[in-house]
Design a binder for this molecule. Structure first.
Ligand SMILES: *Cc1c(COP(=O)(O)O)cnc(C)c1O
Length: 394
């Protein structure tokens, strides 16, 4: 096959240099492959960047979210308000502890949790009875269950509207977990994403803004929570525990040294990486502006810095998104539906009885949205090629 005829543009690509390769190799010249100096360096980079006293490196964003749900005190049957418009990990972390995700629909512009609806849900859930009932899933939720936390998601690299959510949560003594797995480097009214609630989580899968292959980081200002999370990631070993002493039921959520060394170099390049992604997003915005039927992403004024994770456009409701994706594929351009709302995933339907139409705004975004190929290493010519193909297909 002649690949020069149809240059295949990948959906996403990591941005790696010789410095990353050397850092990983250097670890292999030492005997210290886990819980060594590179983890400490990587964690220090997050504390400095985010201005928080605690950063706990873990082996995935999902692990980080699970630790947050656990230290937030979510017990079997407890309720956690969250969004159906996310990657499944944000909901799964609640389910791992036996918690019940209570969904609230989204801001139709950003796809982030709607703070007004979140406030109404908190009020009604605490009131109980019929008022509470209307927020709960059709089945599988206990009748009287305590509301423990709100889990927000910074969708596609744009922080959720945190201030009104925090106000509601603080007034009611609820913990706020911020899933910033898509938003490293973003700011909300000047404050860094991940620092807005009680705990923030980042992820480093290869399509994220920085990568460690697999990996994640929890940040918090809460010292006791940080100490517990450090113990839980390391098989429940509390400070002072020997290798075979386990104060808590813990997990192996440790990040290895090779990954941490890679991550530390990526962190030192964060602004460069984000600027490159912003440039690619700007190229897209320029070209899409005169393609009818294609809506570019909406950035709210509260988003003082966007951290571009994916580039998701929305097609006019009259257009057939899936057909467009199929035809783009025929032109050698990959595109993906993004996100498929969580409440309609088979395991959620089976357990909680969700039906289409229950979260119409999230579902509409799920139906009309498509992620175009996106990364910081994309060239202007590649963006041209994607947009030209899109124009032909439409
Ligand atoms: C990437 C991501 C995660 C975590 O992903 P891992 O693959 O476990 O690192 C969690 N939530 C959201 C919204 C994500 O995009």
């Amino acid at each position: 096959m002649d690949y020069t005829l149809q240059p295949r543009i990948p959906m996403s690509s990591p941005d790696l240099t010789e410095a990353e390769r050397e850092a990983v190799l250097s670890v292999l010249h030492t005997p210290s492959l886990s819980m060594g100096p590179h983890i400490r360096r990587f964690e220090a980079a997050f504390r400095e960047r985010l201005g928080l006293p605690h950063a706990i490196a873990v082996n995935s964003g999902t692990s980080g979210l699970h630790l947050c749900v656990r230290v937030a005190g979510v017990r079997p049957g407890d309720l956690v308000i969250t969004t159906p418009f996310s990657f499944v990990a944000s909901t799964n972390a609640i389910l791992f502890e036996g918690g019940v995700p209570v969904y609230v629909d989204v801001d139709p512009l950003t796809g982030n949790l709607d703070p007004q609806q979140a406030r109404a849900a908190v009020t009604d859930l605490l009131a109980g009875g019929a008022a509470a009932r209307k927020w709960l899933p059709p089945r599988g939720a206990p009748v009287k269950a305590p509301l423990k936390a709100v889990l927000t998601v910074d969708v596609f690299g744009q922080p959720a509207d945190a201030d009104p959510i925090l106000e509601t949560a603080r007034a009611r003594g609820l913990k706020v977990i911020e899933d910033s797995c898509e938003a490293l480097g973003a700011t909300y009214k000047g404050r860094p994403a991940g620092t807005l609630g009680d705990y923030g989580v980042f992820a480093f899968y290869p399509n994220k803004q920085i990568t460690t292959g697999e990996g994640g980081m929890v940040v918090t200002g809460d010292e006791a929570a940080a100490a517990l999370m450090r113990a839980l990631r390391n098989q429940g070993r509390a400070p002072g525990d020997t290798w075979l002493a386990h104060t808590h039921l813990g997990y192996n959520y440790r990040l290895d040294e090779m990954s941490a060394a890679l991550g530390a170099v990526q962190m030192s390049r964060l602004d460069e990486l984000l600027d490159k992604r912003a440039q690619v997003a700007a190229w897209y915005a320029e070209r899409l502006a005169d393609i009818p039927g294609v809506e570019p992403p909406h950035i709210r004024p509260e988003t003082t810095r966007m951290s571009w994770f994916v580039y998701v456009v929305r097609f006019d409701p009259a257009l057939n998104r899936d057909e467009i994706i199929r035809r783009l594929a025929g032109e050698g351009i990959p595109a993906r539906p993004y996100f498929a709302p969580i409440h309609l995933q088979p395991y959620m339907v089976e357990r909680f009885g969700y039906r289409p139409g229950m979260y119409p705004l999230a579902e509409d975004l799920g139906r009309r949205g498509a992620a175009l190929p996106f990364s910081g290493v994309m060239s202007e010519a590649q963006v041209d090629a994607v947009c030209a193909a899109l124009r032909r297909v439409l």
